[in-house]
Design a protein around this ligand. Sequence first.
Ligand SMILES: [Zn+2]
Length: 225
Amino acid sequence: MRSVQRGPAPNTYTNYQSARNDLTERLGWFCSYCEMPVKNMIEVEHIQPVANGGNELDWDNFLLACRYCNGVKSNSNADRAGYFWPDVDNTPLAFLYSELNIIEPAINLQKHETIFANATIMLTGLNRSPHTGNEPTDADSRWINRLIALGLINDSYNDWLTIENEAFARQIARTATGHGFYSFWLMKFAGIPLVIDAINAAFSGTYITQYNTLGVKTIRPTGIF
Ligand SMILES: [Zn+2]
């Protein structure tokens, strides 16, 4: 789950849907949870559901979501407690991505962090995949788009091994923003700073330098759980 920085509110809103273009300008047209590109009908999602007391018009309560993440999440969470959130946490440290298991809690987390990471995965059904016992609904296209992206990621990686130059790193980053699933690109190109830096630069609003008061990068920089 990509860490994002939405920055200060650019406007005030009289209805939450009108925040969509401001959000996509800051964060790109990607679901904040599953990272799928959503070129049309991306939804303004309330982190704390309005039904549970969340502020309907507060910029800081907004993320972007695909209809599937938004639909699964619905009003399930009372508030922010017990989960990790991409706008305040270094979420890439909380999760381990792989082709086989899709997304799971990172290894070496503290016990409560593992519980939070699992709860976050379940909240939007991020690991739903056919034939795993955790089946997506027929309508849910997240796993299909993820498979398409994984094919491109593997092809890009194989080409990288023979090309390895800065221009091709930027081309990989453009492919990544076209097809989304940021964290899977970072998984594959881990340890290759030229590509990682190009990808981070290409995805709007990626927050990669969020440290706590001691200058250490922890999952939750505020330290408040
Ligand atoms: Zn999604």
